[in-house]
Design a protein around this ligand. Structure first.
Ligand SMILES: Nc1ncnc2[nH]cnc12
Ligand SMILES: [Zn+2]
Length: 352
């Protein structure tokens, strides 16, 4: 295969790089413009007079300060069409970023607590994902995530309310996750419901080591038996844990712009993504809540390339890791790996 003489610029290279996005909260993809449109459509009053005023409120100093706005913003989602519109907007944006497969978290408790039916949430999101798969070939899975600031009983009730829908959404709903406020809500609080989900054959993930300590990462592995850790950046503080992540190739779904916006780090050059990757951690790059954190998945790759001096080969490794760490069956992973290798071979200088 011939190599191009001219190297693509960074932005073009990253956007064309076939990749999976593994850490994305669909409610966190709700852009202010759509939030205002849904508020108008549903007669919901927002405490902001304009899109600009809302965007100006996105100045966070912690995970909790973000979550307060995020849950309030989700209050405009009422009908099946609202969930469909939000999901279509994300999928079309993801397509522009070279996403070939997305594993999407959603928080049913945020909606059922407001009287929105579980079926409405599933139906709207699923219609958009299936339509996207049919028209573009981009595949996706759903990860139903429990809110950890609520009780385990609430999580169990949520699981029971969703299970009757499992067969209907079998092509999409493959995973269970754990998100929301980490401090004071350790993984062990959800050991029973995760054990039940494991028995039911779900793939398991959990947020850990974002704001919370490295101990929470270890507990998520030992007590919840998750396969992937969402964030996990604080694992670096525990050398034994870090070696375990490397030895066992436990994927971390890292979200650099999120870490910056929520002040997990104070500046991008401080981010440990490059260090983790170079130590042999199965790190991936993702957007978390792109509408709130100022960038979609390709922006996250680019900001890391620019501030952490990632090489093109390392960007390729991150994309490879995203496919490897996905829940896709082996034959689909293999197909994406071939496409990815061909893309990189076609767009590399001989020195890469
Ligand atoms: N970054 C994050 N951490 C925990 N819960 C979340 N829910 C949405 N985004 C989250
Ligand atoms: Zn997250």
């Amino acid at each position: 295969m011939s190599k191009s003489v001219l190297q693509l610029d960074l932005h073009t290279f990253v956007r064309g790089l076939p990749k999976a996005e593994l850490h994305l909260h669909i409610e966190g993809s709700l852009e202010p413009e759509l939030m205002f449109e849904l508020a108008r459509r549903n007669g919901v009053e927002l405490p902001y007079s304009s899109v600009d005023e809302l965007r100006r409120a996105y100045a966070f100093d912690s995970l909790q300060s973000f979550l307060d706005l995020y849950y309030a913003g989700a209050g405009v989602l009422i009908t099946e069409r609202d969930f469909y519109d939000m999901t279509m907007a994300y999928m079309s944006r993801a397509r522009q970023d070279g996403v070939v497969h997305a594993e999407i978290m959603f928080d049913p408790q945020t909606h059922t607590a407001r009287g929105v039916a579980m079926e409405t949430v599933f139906a709207g999101i699923a219609r958009a994902l299936r339509e996207t798969r049919a028209t573009t070939g981009i595949t996706s899975y759903l990860i139903l995530s429990f809110l950890r600031h609520l009780s385990e009983e609430d999580a169990i009730a949520t699981l029971e309310a969703a299970l009757p829908l499992r067969e209907q959404y079998n092509d999409l709903w493959t995973g269970i996750g754990l998100d929301s406020a980490e401090h004071g809500n350790p993984p062990g609080k959800f050991a029973r419901v995760f054990a039940r989900c494991r028995e039911l054959g779900f793939r398991l993930v959990a947020h850990a080591g974002e704001e919370g300590p490295a101990d929470y990462v270890r507990d998520a592995l030992d007590l919840l038996q998750v396969e992937r850790i969402d964030h996990g950046v604080r694992s670096e503080e525990d050398a034994v844990l870090l070696q375990r992540l490397i030895d066992q190739q436990v994927p971390l779904t890292v979200c650099p712009l999120s870490n910056l916006k929520l002040q997990v780090i104070q500046s991008m050059p401080q981010h440990n993504l490059a260090r983790l990757l170079r130590l042999g951690v199965m790190a991936t790059v993702n957007s978390d809540d792109p509408a709130y954190f100022g960038g979609y998945v390709a922006d996250n790759y680019i900001v890391c390339a620019e501030h952490l001096a990632l090489t093109r080969h390392e960007l390729f490794e991150l994309a490879q890791n995203s496919i490897t760490a996905s829940f896709l069956p082996p034959e689909q992973k293999h197909k994406h790996m071939e496409t990815l290798s061909a893309y990189v071979a076609d767009n590399s200088t001989p020195a890469m």
